[in-house]
Ligand binder design. Structure first.
Ligand code: ZN
Length: 237
């Protein structure tokens, strides 16, 4: 977990985050100095160094803009993604087991093993697995399958006060659907460094510019979900 920050370090970090959110890439030392009205670039560099030492950012050596920002204690944020993960709740592992069962069932029909489950007040509204091959539909991800099933039963198609459990971090499409459906909480097992848009490549579900934001927990039964996916892709090679 990153160490606490001084007020000045916090100011520099906030400046970096805001810049990244506006421009999609981190600021240079000079740009940070100009924004915060700090004359000495050395002083900015010192703050960046201590942010790095305390575990809040990572900087690549080759380019001055290469700042990876880790903004929340205990987060797995990468590549300038602002992400806030909540700790898991006691019931999460049980629900994720059930989503994993859906993922295994999907695998038996030669689908990429991803499963999802939508829960409200301890009641399952819908569950399902990936169906992209079965339906020849690239949008038939497990999350979409579940959201569509549950939404037809709800007034206005909104899934208020629900939690979506999914075995793999949602992609851009699914993250967008989660926001549109106004799902309250998202719990996923394993991150997806290639298409994940809920903390890995970006964070659609917690973008402050959107009109709905989603609480998020990651890493619930991560090993099981990762093993399942790895096994599937290994067998296909
Ligand atoms: Zn998706």
């Amino acid at each position: 977990m990153p160490e606490p920050l001084t007020e000045l370090e916090r100011g520099v970090l906030d400046c970096v985050i805001e810049y990244v959110q506006r421009h999609m890439y981190p600021p240079t030392v000079r740009e940070i100095g100009a924004t915060l009205d700090i004359r000495s670039t050395r002083s900015v560099s010192d703050h960046l160094r201590s942010l790095e030492r305390k575990g809040w950012i990572e900087r690549t050596r080759s380019r001055s803009r290469g700042i990876r920002v880790i903004t929340t204690p205990g987060s797995r944020g990468t590549a300038a993604v602002r992400v806030a993960f909540e700790p898991a709740q006691p019931a999460d592992a049980g629900w994720m087991q059930r989503a994993l069962a859906r993922a295994r069932a999907a695998q038996e029909t030669d689908e990429v093993p991803v499963g999802a489950l939508l829960v409200r007040d301890g009641v399952v509204l819908a569950e399902g697995g990936n169906l992209t091959r079965t339906l020849s539909d690239p949008t038939a991800h497990a999350e979409m399958v579940v959201i569509r099933k549950a939404a037809v039963l709800e007034a206005g198609g909104r899934l208020l006060e629900t939690t979506l459990y999914v075995t793999l971090e949602p992609c851009a499409m699914c993250a967008g659907a989660i926001v549109l459906a106004k799902i309250d909480r998202l719990v996923y097992a394993t991150g997806d460094p290639r298409t994940g848009m809920c903390g890995s490549l970006g964070n659609i579900v917690q973008d402050r510019r959107m009109n709905h934001r989603v609480r998020m927990t990651a890493g619930v039964l991560e090993d099981e979900a990762t093993t399942l996916l790895r096994g599937f892709f290994r067998a296909r090679r």
